[in-house]
Design a binder for this molecule. Sequence first.
Ligand SMILES: [Zn+2]
Length: 75
Amino acid sequence: MFDAEGHDDGPTCPACGVAPTRRFAYAEGFEEHECDACGWRSDEEELTALRRASGDLLEREPSTPSPPVGRPLRA
Ligand SMILES: [Zn+2]
């Protein structure tokens, strides 16, 4: 899962404007970007967008914050 290759040539961080962000190129053929300065991660933005999109379809759901998914806990 975390066999991505990291490069320091990612796009400018949309959250804090720092450039470059770290770019992770996955063998599966997609990329993720992570900002060392503010902790912004492109995969989180995609997750937020996904939640927002599915939220339009699930308006009947009570508006309780959903717990983070897929986040490994570090002891
Ligand atoms: Zn940032």
